[in-house]
Design a protein around this ligand. Structure first.
Ligand code: M6P
Ligand code: ZN
Length: 189
């Protein structure tokens, strides 16, 4: 009988950084100039270096975006920093297919996962190495780096979830995470 094929892994994850190498991996960066309107203090945003890196995302996309039944896997690294007392953070989004959920988990550094329902109820969960966060469908999600070093977190979401950034860019989150005397504080808008 012919032996069946045994393949080497097509993707590897560095378990210290969750950095991926291999096939079907995309990388993107967000610098301050690409985050206009995200931070509350427009004056502080204008004064900051537009080329400053805020976060980068690596994603393993083994199927086309929009494919029903598949999964995507990502690693996000948020640099330490603030704009006008507001921590560096991801843009945040609802899923375009609103009911799709997602897992986030903390890998390195200290963060805060900010969540908001469609009824604009907001809360936050502390993200630390090893923390696991199940984001229910219908819930917008954004992560802020509240530490002095880099924050790295992992994510996995359905390949037909999509990203709806419009809602957040029009109406924002109903609360902002601010550094108030070195204490991360969720302040209603
Ligand atoms: C995670 C996933 C990605 C998302 C990224 C950055 O890795 O949720 O889908 O793109 O975080 O978040 P955002 O796109 O909201 O800036
Ligand atoms: Zn998502």
């Amino acid at each position: 009988m012919m032996p069946l094929q045994i393949l080497q892994p097509s993707v590897r994850v560095d378990l210290a950084t969750w950095c991926m190498t291999g096939s079907d991996i995309t990388c993107s960066e967000k610098r301050l100039r690409q985050l206009d309107g995200v931070f509350a203090d427009a004056e502080a945003y204008r004064r900051a270096d537009p080329e400053r890196l805020v976060y980068s995302v690596q994603a393993h996309l083994p199927v086309d975006d929009g494919t029903p039944g598949g999964l995507f896997f990502g690693t996000t690294t948020i640099e330490p920093g603030e704009v006008g007392g507001e921590y560096f953070m991801t843009r945040g989004h609802f899923h375009a297919s609103l009911d799709r959920g997602e897992y986030y988990w903390g890998v390195q550094g200290e963060g805060m996962l900010i969540l908001m329902t469609a009824r604009r109820e907001v809360w936050a969960e502390r993200m630390v190495p090893g923390s696991l966060h199940y984001i229910r469908g219908g819930t917008a999600h954004r992560v802020a780096n509240i530490g002095a070093g880099r924050l790295i977190f992992g994510a996995s979401w359905p390949s037909d979830a999509g990203h709806n950034y419009d809602e957040i860019s029009r109406t924002g989150f109903a609360a902002r995470l601010m550094n108030v005397g070195a204490i991360p504080t969720l302040i209603p808008e």
